[in-house]
Design a binder for this molecule. Structure first.
Ligand SMILES: [Zn+2]
Length: 195
């Protein structure tokens, strides 16, 4: 590993720690002792060591970086490439990794975003706001010929004033399926327009 690679990794890790994306533990989880930040330059590894009981915790533990053999700076490069909608080949080049690693991190990025939408995305609408609700079928033709074979129904809504949207795949179009989804995405008191 070159000095340049180490410096880049150190800069990225310092930035993630100062931004709170890598948590700095206040004390040792085993004994409550004081922790010191340790850098293993030869293996480009960063950890916290307890001065009292000698236990050690990697900065990767409990983060998206745990379990990956890639450097943290490479992972950040891959996430940035995904964010900028780079192709897999381009991104693998930027992150100096394989297309296989790239595929796996692109998939992680998609998963993190969909989890965020699932847990954190605000509802549309509210009093005096209009949300237009519609549904659409997406299908795939077998061998690009003939009738649609697999039809997927998507329920969506658009808040008229802000153009904020929600989209969700539905297993069928019954009221039993659709009403809970609308209740999840659309705030009480909204005027719903079903197209
Ligand atoms: Zn300890």
């Amino acid at each position: 590993m070159t000095c340049e690679e180490f410096d880049k990794e150190y800069d990225v890790v310092s930035r993630l720690m100062s931004d709170g994306l890598i948590e700095i533990p206040s004390s040792c989880s085993c004994c409550g002792g004081e922790l010191s930040f340790v850098v293993e330059r030869s293996q480009i590894h960063f950890r916290f060591n307890c001065g009292t009981c000698g236990s050690s915790v990697s900065i990767r533990d409990g983060t998206i970086f745990s379990g990956s053999r890639l450097k943290i700076s490479q992972i950040i490069d891959l996430c940035r490439a995904w964010w900028k909608k780079r192709s897999l080949m381009e991104a693998a080049d930027v992150g100096h990794t394989s297309v296989q690693s790239e595929c796996s991190w692109f998939s992680n990025c998609r998963l993190m975003c969909s989890n965020w939408v699932e847990l954190e995305a605000p509802q549309l609408g509210g009093p005096n706001k209009v949300v237009e609700i519609d549904e659409a079928a997406f299908g795939r033709r077998k061998y690009k010929l003939g009738r649609l074979k697999e039809t997927v129904w998507v329920l969506g809504g658009v808040e008229r004033s802000s153009r904020k949207v929600f989209l969700e795949i539905v297993r069928d179009r019954t009221a039993r399926t659709i009403i809970p989804i609308i209740q999840k995405w659309v705030a009480p008191g909204t005027t719903n327009h079903d197209r």
